[in-house]
Design a protein around this ligand. Sequence first.
Ligand code: GRF
Length: 199
Amino acid sequence: MSARTRVAVLISGRGSNMAALIEAARAPGCPFSVTLVISSRPDAAGLDHALANGVPVRVIDHKAFADRPAFDAALDKALRAERAEIVALAGFMRILTADFVNAWAGKLVNIHPSLLPKFKGLKPQQQALDAGETVSGCTVHFATPGVDEGPIIAQAEVPVLPGDTADSLAARILLEEHKLYPRALAMVARGDAVFNPAD
Ligand code: GRF
């Protein structure tokens, strides 16, 4: 049996998508394993969950670095030391430098709670409500240097219901995120979704 693809998950907070990836990786047929969780914040709630599930964690506190290139260099070093093959952004609240993103192109994956290319950036659920959408959802995509940009791997649609608030819509979308992210990462690990910027 070939080795599973080594996934590092990058978080800054709650880590519910990280938890979904760790859970999915328990299945015998899953083509990836979560071998490292890195948090940009020492107080990220997701760290406890990762530790409780036997996944090694690293805190790389962005406040300890003079600038983005220095932070990204530390991130890059930690990922290479752990032989990460896929880097999954999961509520990671730092903008990464183009150098970092390009160095990991095709291996760097993000999840965003909207149907990209609609509603990039912050508060996408509120953006969807403000736009009067009747359908929203979530997207997993390969990351390119622009925030929430890059080739789409998979999407899931979620209805916007009358009376929805940003919170109620976010909760409905999050349930789909937890199913979509493992499915999309499995596609990348199996080579069924590929992004090669040189093509
Ligand atoms: C998710 O909605 C994700 O799509 C977005 O940030 C949120 C992170 O939630 N990028 P969690 O930390 O995975 O619970």
